[in-house]
Design a protein around this ligand. Structure first.
Ligand SMILES: Nc1ncnc2c1ncn2[C@@H]1O[C@H](COP(=O)(O)OP(=O)(O)OP(=O)(O)O)[C@@H](O)[C@H]1O
Ligand SMILES: [Mg+2]
Length: 366
């Protein structure tokens, strides 16, 4: 995304709490209508960044622009943003309608106008007719939807959501994820969504910023993060990854390869080799990019002999650990169980481990 498309622009933003640096110079842009997630482990600075967007925290350095306007002198209530917190924070003594209409009380609207807006919201969150229910007569998921409606009724340009599904059980959470995504598409508001759950981020987001220790490590689409991580940290944070010590091999200008421990020499198109001949690299391959077969695959497929250490049957797929010559750590392999009858191979069997050179990710050594 180019700078001019940015709806939210975060430029060299830092945050200190006393001498502790919670955010270490973050710069990134978020597009209008984007579902953008901040993903990272506990304490990496997600909430801090969100609170700076909302204006609940000052920036220690740098600037945040929303819709082209610098935000440093704009107080929270004048920013075109609204925030939904993890603990649904709806008022137990008010009914559903008054909860949703709460933010409208300072606007000059008649009661009929207010009720009409509330009814629109109740349709949107699929709770029509719930206006006069008491807040304590709702399930967790319903309360969460009321909290969303209360934020959406103000028509903010940006909705900031801090782990809004964190308190829900797995099934409800997955259902709410789908609803949240559909809702965001429908209203077209820019969402900045905080989560520490990688699956949730992958499911929901147009793009994700992976954070660690106050830094943004990579901003990319879900597929970009998974298939082309820029570092070992990102690669291990999203999904599972096998790492092999390796070295770049260039044979003149036309052909290139990487040597990887236990896998031998893997041909790689030279335009994917940005490093010089002999440079040490990490060769990374996800478990599902490998295949295990009883015989060596036909044709030009790279393959090495492997011995099966352990197999775990997980229903839709099986996970294997195999030993290969030239490498001490076992290689993790994940295969879909396409056939009903052929169960996983027995531990101790001699098999062939093959992979596609396309699937190889080349990273800097640690
Ligand atoms: N008001 C504060 N004063 C001092 N340190 C703070 C303050 N708020 C946050 N921190 C520290 O800043 C770091 C980032 O905190 P933050 O709340 O942004 O993390 P997070 O990524 O949201 O984590 P979680 O997933 O646990 O909510 C943490 O080390 C935290 O202890
Ligand atoms: Mg947090």
């Amino acid at each position: 995304m180019s700078n001019s498309d940015a709806f939210i622009s975060i430029r060299n933003v830092q945050k200190f709490f006393g001498t502790f640096r919670a955010i270490e110079s973050v710069s990134m842009d978020i597009g209008q209508g984007e579902f953008f997630s901040l993903l990272g482990a506990s304490g990496c600075g997600k909430t801090t960044l969100l609170r700076m967007l909302a204006g609940f925290e000052d920036t220690s350095a740098g600037e945040i622009y929303i819709d082209g306007q610098p935000m440093s002198d704009v107080p929270p209530h004048q920013r075109p943003v609204n925030m939904v917190f993890q603990s649904y924070a709806i008022f137990p003594h008010l009914n559903v309608r008054d909860n949703i209409a709460y933010g409208l009380r300072k606007r000059k609207l008649t009661r009929a106008q207010r009720y009409e807006l509330v009814d629109e919201m109740l349709d949107l969150i699929k709770l029509p007719g719930y206006g006069t229910r008491k807040a304590n007569e709702l399930s967790g998921g319903q309360r969460q939807r009321i909290a969303l409606a209360r934020a959406l009724i103000l028509r903010p340009k940006v909705l900031l959501l801090d782990e809004p599904l964190g308190a829900l059980d797995k099934q409800l959470r997955e259902q709410m994820q789908l609803e949240l995504r559909a809702l965001q598409r429908k209203v077209g508001i820019t969402f900045v969504f905080v989560t520490h759950d990688q699956e949730e981020a992958l499911t929901l987001s147009d793009r994700i910023a992976v954070m660690a220790g106050g830094k943004v490590l990579q901003v990319d689409t879900p597929q970009g993060l998974y298939e082309a991580p820029v570092s070992r940290t990102v690669a291990s944070f999203i999904g599972n990854m096998n790492f092999f010590e390796g070295r770049v091999r260039r044979n003149g200008a036309a052909t290139g390869a990487v040597e990887a421990e236990g896998l031998g020499t893997i041909p790689i198109p030279v335009d994917r080799l940005t490093r010089p001949d002999g440079a040490p690299v990490q060769v990374a391959l996800r478990p599902e990019k490998f295949a295990l077969t009883a015989t060596r695959p036909d044709g030009d497929v790279p393959a090495v002999p492997a011995r099966l250490n352990t197999a775990a049957y997980l229903g839709e797929r099986s996970h294997y650990y195999v030993a290969i010559d030239g490498r001490t750590a076992p290689v993790a392999v994940s295969s879909p169980n396409v056939s009903r009858v052929n169960g996983p191979a027995q531990a101790g069997s001699d098999l062939w481990l093959s992979w596609s050179p396309d699937a190889v990710v080349i990273l800097d050594p640690d």
